[in-house]
Unconditional design. Structure first.
Ligand code: XMP
Length: 326
């Protein structure tokens, strides 16, 4: 039997009861596969890896070693939430690495989007590998592969590990949600008790805020972007847009304009709001945000965020604009 193929008979997981049955079945399967050995997981804080972590903690507890690499390009509060939920509440074996300086030093002065992406991806693998090599007795690597990952690769997705781990580390894969669709992963995550905000987190690119701090990243502009983005998220939450809009964020270009603050000249960057709806991210439409809310968000961002003196709303659908700016 091809165990990368979802059986026709497999019911879509839509209710807590179905999720619980799936969890019980996977807990038993993981225990049978892993025995008393150790499993390593790169925990990004994204939906899939978070659900796999919670499932494996239930199945094998401290035999799971989670590694969370903070590349310094996370949204406000995200690494903190990983530590809170997994390190504290679920009492996981969690290794937290703050690699902010490493990433930002490497990225200094690099303006070209593809080079930025390559640096971020490459360094991520390096940091993860370094940590993995320090650990002893790890026999398995867990991954948050989901069914669309398998389908999109025509069933032949090279199931190479997240990190292209050192050659001498031979590890068998543990992929408990590989036959599930995204909506099912979320139902399972909620049944495992993960916070709603974590399970229904909007998509977030691997290179994180790195592709939204446009051009060469500087710490001050990255900080301004993170704070402005947090305000946008808070206002979307409060005003019922969070569950309605597929993806929303701020981008901050490397451009300053003249403004005036407290009677003095105030040069600052513009914060650009992007809020789009889509089903597959191949094309996207623009959400109609009420003007009153746009004014309120503008007021908050320009008053609360150091370095920002304008707020713009990007009205460009995809195509012609991609969702991200870089
Ligand atoms: P674009 O900008 O191509 O984005 O319209 C489509 C969707 O993909 C996300 N995205 C990424 N996700 N790594 C990721 O994991 C990336 O490098 C990346 N670039 C874009 C983007 O946020 C949007 O949801």
């Amino acid at each position: 039997m091809d165990n990368n193929k979802r059986p026709e008979s497999m019911e879509r997981i839509t209710t807590p009861a179905l999720a619980q049955a799936f969890i019980d079945e996977q807990v038993a399967a993981v225990r049978a596969q892993v025995g008393d050995k150790k499993v390593l997981l790169a925990l990004s804080g994204g939906v899939d890896s978070s659900v796999v972590a919670a499932l494996l903690i239930k199945a094998i507890g401290k035999q799971l070693v989670c590694v969370h690499v903070n590349h310094g390009l996370m949204r406000k509060g995200e690494s903190e939430q990983v530590i809170e939920v997994f390190g504290k509440e679920l009492d996981a074996n969690l290794i937290y690495i703050d690699a902010t300086d490493r990433f930002l030093d490497l990225l200094a002065g690099v303006a070209e989007p593809e080079r930025k992406r390559k640096i971020i991806g490459g360094e991520f693998i390096k940091v993860f590998d370094e940590e993995a090599s320090k650990l002893e007795g790890i026999s398995f690597l867990a991954q948050g592969t989901i069914y669309p990952d398998i389908l999109e690769s025509d069933g032949v997705k090279a199931h190479h590990n997240v990190g292209g781990l050192p050659e001498d580390m031979e590890m068998e894969l543990v992929e408990p949600v590989k036959l599930l669709y995204k909506d099912e992963v979320r139902v399972v995550g909620e049944a495992l008790g993960l916070p709603h905000a974590m399970v229904y987190r909007q998509p977030f690119p691997g290179p994180g805020l790195g592709v939204r701090c446009l051009g060469a990243i500087t710490r001050d502009r990255l900080h301004a972007l993170r704070e402005a983005d947090a305000i946008l998220r808070e206002e979307f939450d409060k005003n019922g847009l969070a569950g309605k809009v597929w993806q929303y964020f701020i981008a901050v270009p490397d451009v300053k304009s003249v403004g005036v603050k407290d009677g003095k000249r105030y040069e600052g960057w513009p914060a650009i709001i992007r809020a789009v709806n889509t089903t597959d991210a191949m094309s996207a439409t623009i959400e109609e945000i009420p003007y009153a809310l746009l004014h309120h968000i503008t007021d908050r961002i320009t008053h609360e965020v150091e370095g920002i003196n304008r707020v713009l709303y990007d009205l460009t659908p995809k195509p012609i604009g991609t969702i991200e700016w870089e």
